[in-house]
Design a protein around this ligand. Structure first.
Ligand SMILES: C[S@@+](CC[C@H](N)C(=O)[O-])C[C@H]1O[C@@H](n2cnc3c(N)ncnc32)[C@H](O)[C@@H]1O
Length: 458
C-alpha cells in the first residue's frame, strides 16, 4: 500500500494524467459492474478498443494493434462482451471520466509503439458508437469469438457485483425520507439511531462525510469558497472577458440532469417547441425548460402584474410569465421578426394563458423609448433581444420600473462562451461590468442556462 501511494505521488484519485496510468480505464468503469465482469476483463476490453482507436488515429500500425489483441486473447482475457452492444454505459462513463480529468477526455492509448503513450482528446458519441461496432466485428474473429475465459465474477465463485450494487442502492439508509415515513407509521424511532456507522449520531455521520468526501473536493478556489466571501475588495474592471475554452457553461450531462430534476414543460410549451421546429426557426433561441421554469417562479414570487419581455421569438418566456401572473395582469412582448412573431401569435392563441399576452410587432429599441415617454410602468423587464442593445434596454427599463422591481438579462454569461472574435461576447462583458458598477441597482449573475443577470432596482 505504501509503495502504491508513493508511486501515485499524491494522485490517489487519478485526477491528473502526468504519469500515464489508466489505459483501458476511460470507458470500462461504465460497464464493469453492470456486466458483472472481473476488473481485468473489463480493462482488457477497454485496452483492446483503445488500441483500435490508436490504430485509427495512425498512432500504431495494424500489426501492432493485432499484436495487442493477440496477447490478451492468448492469456484468456476478454476482447469483447455483449454489453458493448449498448453504448449508453460506456458513454456515460466517458463523460464522467472526462469530468474527473478536469474537462479533458485525455484517454491514454498506445502511440508511436507498444509501451509508449499518447492521449486521445476527443471522441464524439457518434464516433464511439460506429468504432465500437467495427471493433467488435474485428474481435469476433479471435478465438472464442473474442470472449474471455471465465470473465464474470460469478464464474469464479464471487458475488455478482451488479447485484451487490443493486442491493446497496435499494438499501435505504436509516434517517432517509422513505424510512422516516415508514417508521412514523409503524414504530417509534430512536433518535439516537443514525445513517452512518453503528453508534454514530446523524451529525457525526454528516461531519465524517464532510471530512472524508468534501474537504479534498473543495480544495480548489471556487465562487462559493471562503475567500470569495471574505474578500470585500471591489473587483477591478477588465478590458475583456477571461478566456474560457468551452462553448457551453457546463460539462455534458449537468444540464440534462438539472433538466430531469425540474418540473417538465406543460403542453403549451411543447406546442411552442413543435411550432418553432415546424417553422424551421432557430430553436436554441428558446429559453427552454430550465430558464423558462426559473422565469415562471420569479414572476410568481412577486405576483407581478405587468411584465415586459423584449425579444419574443416564438413566445416561450412570455407564456411562462403569463402562466404565473393574475388574470388581470399583462405581459407585453416585443418582436421585430415577422416569421417568429407569426409563430408566437399562433401559440399565444391556443395557450391557456395566452390571452394575458400582448404582442407588439416592432423594433424594440424604439418601442421601449416610446414607453418611457408615455410613462408606462412594469414590474419585471426581461431582456432577450439583440445583445448589443442591452444597455439601451436596461436604461429604458430603469425608467419603466419602481424600486425593488427586477430586470433579467438572458444569455448574460455568453461573454464567456461566444467565440473570441464575436463582438457580442465583448458587448455582453461590457454590459455586465457596467451593471456591476451601477449604484442604482444590486445584481446577481446566475449560471442558469447561458447565464441570467438578475438586477434589482434599489
Ligand atoms: C434569443 S431570441 C429570444 C428568445 C426568446 N426569449 C425565447 O426564449 O424564445 C431574440 C429575439 O429577439 C428578436 N430581436 C432582435 N433584435 C430585435 C429588436 N431590435 N427588436 C425586436 N426584436 C428583436 C429576434 O428576432 C429574436 O426573435
Amino acid at each position: 500500500m505504501d509503495g502504491y501511494v508513493r508511486s501515485e505521488y499524491g494522485n490517489l484519485w487519478e485526477t491528473h494524467q502526468c504519469r500515464p496510468h489508466a489505459y483501458g480505464h476511460t470507458r470500462s468503469p461504465g460497464f464493469e459492474l453492470q456486466a458483472g465482469l472481473l476488473h481485468g476483463h473489463a480493462v482488457s476490453i477497454g485496452m483492446g478498443y483503445g488500441a483500435y482507436l490508436s490504430f485509427l488515429e495512425g498512432w500504431i500500425t495494424e500489426r501492432e494493434f493485432h499484436r495487442i489483441l493477440k496477447v490478451m486473447s492468448t492469456v484468456g482475457l476478454s476482447l469483447r462482451h455483449d454489453i458493448l452492444e449498448n453504448p449508453d454505459s460506456l458513454w456515460s462513463s466517458q463523460v464522467k471520466m472526462t469530468e474527473k480529468r478536469g474537462g479533458n477526455h485525455c484517454a491514454p492509448i498506445p502511440r508511436g509503439a507498444i509501451g509508449k503513450c499518447g492521449y486521445l482528446n476527443a471522441l464524439t458519441r457518434e464516433r464511439m458508437e460506429s468504432t465500437l461496432i467495427e471493433y467488435q466485428n474485428i474481435a469476433k474473429k479471435y478465438p472464442r469469438e473474442g470472449f474471455g475465459i471465465e470473465p464474470h465474477c460469478r464464474d469464479v465463485g464471487l458475488e455478482d457485483p451488479s447485484t451487490v450494487k443493486q442491493h446497496a442502492a435499494h438499501a435505504v439508509p436509516k434517517g432517509s425520507l422513505a424510512t422516516d415515513a415508514a417508521m412514523s407509521e409503524n414504530s417509534v424511532a430512536d433518535p439516537s439511531e443514525s445513517n452512518g456507522e453503528k453508534g454514530q449520531s446523524n451529525i457525526e455521520a454528516y461531519n465524517q462525510w464532510i471530512s472524508e468526501k468534501q474537504v479534498s473536493r473543495n480544495e480548489c478556489e471556487t465562487s462559493s469558497s471562503l475567500n470569495s466571501v471574505l474578500s470585500t475588495a471591489t473587483k477591478s474592471d477588465t478590458l475583456k472577458p477571461p478566456a474560457f475554452e468551452h462553448s457551453t457553461l457546463f460539462f455534458p450531462g449537468a444540464e440534462e440532469y438539472a433538466n430531469a430534476m425540474t418540473s417538465p414543460p406543460t403542453a403549451d410549451f411543447v406546442n411552442i417547441a413543435n411550432e418553432t421546429k415546424a417553422a424551421k426557426l432557430f430553436a436554441p433561441c428558446m429559453v427552454g425548460p430550465i430558464e423558462g421554469q426559473f422565469l415562471k417562479m420569479v414572476a410568481q414570487s412577486k405576483s407581478d402584474k405587468r411584465i415586459l419581455d423584449i425579444g419574443t421569438f416564438t413566445g416561450y418566456p412570455a407564456l411562462a410569465f403569463a402562466d404565473r401572473i393574475p388574470s388581470i395582469g399583462e405581459v407585453v412582448t416585443i418582436e421585430a421578426d415577422n416569421a417568429a412573431a407569426a409563430v408566437a401569435r399562433k401559440c399565444f392563441k391556443s395557450a391557456q394563458n395566452g390571452y394575458k399576452v400582448k404582442l407588439l410587432e416592432t423594433d424594440a429599441r424604439k418601442a421601449v423609448t416610446d414607453m418611457v415617454h408615455t410613462g408606462e410602468q412594469f414590474d419585471i423587464v426581461f431582456l432577450d433581444a439583440d445583445k448589443t442593445n442591452y444597455r439601451h434596454y436596461y436604461e429604458a427599463a430603469l425608467n419603466l420600473l419602481n424600486e425593488d422591481d427586477l430586470i433579467m438579462a438572458g444569455n448574460a454569461l455568453c461573454s464567456l462562451v461566444y467565440e473570441e472574435n464575436d463582438p457580442v461576447r465583448q458587448s455582453l462583458h461590457e454590459f455586465a461590468q457596467f451593471v456591476r458598477n451601477d449604484k442604482r441597482v444590486e445584481q446577481l449573475m446566475l449560471t442558469v442556462r447561458e447565464g441570467v443577470l438578475l438586477v434589482r432596482k434599489v
